[in-house]
Design a protein around this ligand. Structure first.
Ligand SMILES: NC(=O)c1ccc[n+]([C@@H]2O[C@H](COP(=O)([O-])OP(=O)(O)OC[C@H]3O[C@@H](n4cnc5c(N)ncnc54)[C@H](OP(=O)(O)O)[C@@H]3O)[C@@H](O)[C@H]2O)c1
Length: 258
């Protein structure tokens, strides 16, 4: 008896994969990974030239990609972007809900403006991008949503009170979405990265004390690379994870094991 009938359970070729924040950091990494895996990569974000750069790299590697501008804090902008992607590509198979924002500030100094700025991207933006994409997935018989958590989904991080609040919220949101969207064959899971060097975390890497604090807590003794997130992302996007939903995969070099 054959279990898989020769099928590659991890195959994501031909899938339409929408990635927010695809112009930099981890989003660019997911985009390159899906491009190399043969997906049609939809690179979404605010900065057109950075998105174009990601698209160019994917095409140079022989992949298919297109850039769409969106501000995830603006509901009209989200609706317009998702409608354009659905019209151009017919469906959306996978969402990597990656766009995020952080502003380090002591709790006692957080202003309402900074609170709103972080909440609007990391919580409200994640929520309404997922909602809009899920409507398209429901119409087309299913899909995979990958929301992005953090170490801050599980532990407190000093001077990151708003960020950690949003990242904790993303995990709870994902569980609720998994319950409600399961009947439509939409799996909703989270990736929770540890520390990866990107524009967001470069200041921590450049600060010797902060960097030492981080590195001393990682059992695998090094910062993650975008390649380290590619495998878990491809797994959550593929048929290999069809019975996994409402779950979070920590990709943190072992930090949270201790
Ligand atoms: N780096 C890490 O170690 C780490 C660890 C845990 C979790 N994460 C999470 O991983 C995700 C990516 O972070 P990163 O480290 O790659 O940081 P990054 O390089 O600063 O990327 C953030 C991305 O979000 C996009 N973005 C921000 N505001 C947006 C808005 N209003 N509308 C649309 N796009 C917006 C930006 O694109 P535009 O500038 O083009 O708008 C940018 O490409 C975030 O959710 C972050 O919280 C990162």
């Amino acid at each position: 008896m054959s279990l898989m009938n020769g099928k590659n359970l991890f195959d994501v070729s031909g899938k339409v994969v929408l990635i927010t924040g695809a112009g930099s950091g981890l989003g660019e990494g997911y985009a390159l990974a899906f491009g190399e895996a043969g997906s049609t990569v939809i690179c979404a974000g605010r900065n057109q030239s950075r998105l174009d750069n990601t698209v160019r790299q994917i095409r140079e590697n022989g992949g298919a990609a297109k850039a769409y501008t969106v501000d995830v804090t603006d509901l009209d902008s989200i609706q317009a972007m998702v409608a354009a992607v659905a019209a151009d590509h017919g469906r959306i198979d996978v969402l990597v809900n990656n766009a995020g924002y952080e502003h380090i500030q002591p709790f006692l100094e957080v202003t309402p403006q900074v609170y709103d700025d972080i909440m609007n991207v990391n919580m409200k933006g994640v929520f309404f991008v997922a909602q809009e994409v899920a409507k398209v997935m429901k119409e087309h018989g299913g899909g995979k949503i990958i929301n992005i958590g953090s170490l801050g989904s599980f532990i407190g991080l000093a001077e990151s009170s708003v960020y950690c609040s949003t990242k904790g919220g993303v995990i709870q949101l994902s569980k609720t979405m998994a319950i409600e969207l399961g009947p439509f064959n939409i799996q909703v899971n989270c990736l929770a990265p540890g520390y990866f060097i990107t524009p967001m975390t470069q200041p921590f890497y450049d600060d010797p004390q902060h960097r030492q604090w981080i590195e001393s807590r990682i059992p695998l003794h090094q910062w993650g690379t975008t390649l380290d997130l590619a495998g878990p992302a491809l797994f959550l996007a593929s048929a290999a994870s069809n019975y996994v939903t409402g779950e979070t995969i920590k990709v943190d070099g072992g930090w949270l094991a201790s």
